[in-house]
Structures are given as structure tokens and as C-alpha cells.
Design a protein around this ligand. Structure first.
Ligand SMILES: [Zn+2]
Length: 182
């Protein structure tokens, strides 16, 4: 188990930047898939940074992972009252480490890419276009698809440093992040 105390966490300025990137990613993904954010994105996912992660939500390597939890509406006991809650677990330590080693990457556009990418995974899970039971080959193909969508959505956005992030991800032999059930 990873000792959370020893890992680098985002400082308050960085948290604010990440929050801004979440808001923007949500809008971009909602627009792209023509969904109303308040209707079905909001209650269904949450973005957490390292400070709020449980030990088993921390991984080494990927910059984030998505975990699906089963939620239950308070006061209801019927199965129909349960719903899926996706938790995007940002791995501060891995993000900080890559930003340190690649000086042309900046946090805001980098976080924007990551969150946009994870939201696309969530949308595709919600629409049953992606399965948790996928084989390794299918997971790999799906990852390529999600990177393509991410690029499509971010390509025309004018944000300082985003071109560097897109270049970084253009060959993504970086570890595939986990998308798993709780
Ligand atoms: Zn992915």
C-alpha cells in the first residue's frame, strides 16, 4: 500500500487550476456529446485529488483512474434506486512528477486533457459503449478511441500550452489508466 503522506500533493493554487480545468472539460464534453451537464453528468461523477483519495484509490504510473461506485439514494432500498457514481481519482504525485520532468507542460492544459479524457470514458460507460468486462485488446482499442475523441474536442481550443500537451499525448505509450469497479 502506498504511504499517502509521502506523496506530493497539489498546493491550493494548483487545486484551483485543476478545478477550473474540470469546469471547462465538463462544458466541452457536454457540448460535444450534446448532453445537459446538470441532467446527467453532475450527479454521476466526482473529481478527487490525492488529499481526498483512499489508499486503494492511489496508483503509481497513471495520472488518474476512474472507479465506479454504486450509489443509493437516501431513503430508498429498491434496486432501482441505486445509481452509478464515477470517481475520477487524480494522482497528484504522478502529475507533479511529469510536469517537473517536462518543462513545456503546464498544469492547466495538462489537467484539462486528463479530465476531458476521463469524462469521455465515463460518457461511454454510461452509454454502454465501453464495458468493464473488456479484454485487454478491447481496452487498448478503447483507450485509442478515447484519446482520439479527446484530441478532437481539444484541437480547436485556444489555450496557452495546450499544443504541447496534445503533442505529448500524440504517442501515448504511457500506462493506460485503470477504469475499474469499486
Ligand atoms: Zn483512458
Amino acid at each position: 500500500m502506498t504511504d499517502k503522506q509521502k506523496l506530493l500533493k497539489f498546493n491550493p493554487d494548483q487545486i484551483e487550476m485543476v478545478n477550473n480545468s474540470v469546469a471547462m472539460a465538463e462544458e466541452l464534453v457536454s457540448n460535444h456529446f450534446k448532453m445537459s451537464a446538470s441532467q446527467w453528468l453532475h450527479p454521476k461523477y466526482d473529481v478527487k485529488t490525492l488529499a481526498d483519495l483512499a489508499p486503494d484509490e492511489i496508483v503509481n504510473g497513471p495520472f488518474a483512474q476512474v472507479i465506479r461506485y454504486k450509489g443509493r439514494r437516501i431513503g430508498k432500498t429498491l434496486e432501482s434506486a441505486s445509481y452509478d457514481l464515477y470517481k475520477i481519482c487524480l494522482q497528484d504525485h504522478s502529475i507533479i512528477s511529469i510536469l517537473k520532468s517536462k518543462k513545456d507542460l503546464r498544469l492547466f492544459p495538462f489537467a484539462l486533457y486528463i479530465i476531458t479524457h476521463e469524462l469521455i470514458h465515463i460518457v461511454r460507460f454510461s452509454k454502454f459503449l465501453q464495458s468493464f468486462a473488456a479484454s485487454e485488446d478491447e481496452k487498448y482499442l478503447e483507450e485509442a478511441r478515447v484519446h482520439n475523441y479527446t484530441r478532437l474536442i481539444l484541437n480547436d481550443i485556444q489555450i496557452c500550452g495546450l499544443d504541447k500537451v496534445l503533442a505529448f499525448y500524440s504517442n501515448w505509450q504511457i500506462p493506460i489508466e485503470g477504469v475499474r469497479l469499486s
